[in-house]
Design a protein around this ligand. Structure first.
Ligand code: SF4
Ligand code: SF4
Ligand code: SF4
Length: 196
């Protein structure tokens, strides 16, 4: 495999503005309740030092891709060229196994799409991947930065080859990423001490 691509996210820089998730919806024709990129508000700390931290997440294109392992039809592929995990819509039977296997709830099932699975493909193409009359993904290879990253207003969200992302990240984030089967490269969140 040439080098695996991944996302890198810095919660401390994120202001929860949703520009990334809206940019994803626009680029990939997503509709309500079928979003590929979501913004969650995670609780950190405890009362009285309780806070909420915005976390922007989509499919992380995991190093070990648990979704691929459980797919009974071979619809999910982790690409040799760049590690991007894609779904062949023609092979998917909508069994939901991948959704149960994914630790991040990344796969979505759109009733308007026969309940088939779709998810972030790092902006390889438009729409939901193969089988939708769009250009084959093989014709769309390239180093293009995904739309969510391009539209992040605070530089909290990055994407690129793993080695470049690991250079940007802190030691703690890299250690967690490597020990976690190279899934999510996210800076740990430290609750505010409440001091000055
Ligand atoms: S984040 Fe979920 S859908 Fe994406 S590669 Fe990992 S297990 Fe699969
Ligand atoms: S829902 Fe589709 S992509 Fe997911 S495991 Fe089942 S057949 Fe594979
Ligand atoms: S665009 Fe950037 S700052 Fe805004 S919610 Fe997304 S990751 Fe956070």
């Amino acid at each position: 495999m040439s080098e695996q691509w991944t996302f890198y996210f810095e919660p401390d820089k994120c202001i929860g503005c949703h520009a990334c998730s809206v940019a994803c919806d626009v680029q990939n024709d997503r509709v309500d309740d079928d979003n590929w990129r979501n913004l969650r508000h995670e609780p950190t700390g405890s009362f009285p030092d309780y806070e909420e931290t915005a976390v922007s997440s989509a499919c992380f294109h995991c190093g070990d891709a648990p979704c691929e392992k459980v797919c009974p039809t071979g619809a999910i592929t982790k690409r040799e060229s760049d590690g991007i995990v894609t779904v062949d819509q023609d092979k998917c039977i909508g069994c939901h196994y991948c959704g149960w296997a994914c630790p991040y709830g990344a796969p979505t099932y759109n009733p308007d799409n026969d309940g088939k699975m779709s998810k972030c493909h790092l902006c390889l193409g438009e729409g939901e991947g193969d089988g939708h009359g769009k250009p084959p993904r093989e014709e769309q290879d390239g180093d293009n930065t995904p739309n969510c990253v391009d539209n992040c207003v605070t530089d909290a969200l990055h994407a690129g080859p793993v080695s470049e992302m690991m250079e940007l990240a802190s030691e703690a984030a890299v250690e967690r990423f490597v020990n976690g089967n190279r899934r999510a490269l996210i800076e740990p969140v430290e609750p505010d001490s409440g001091g000055d």
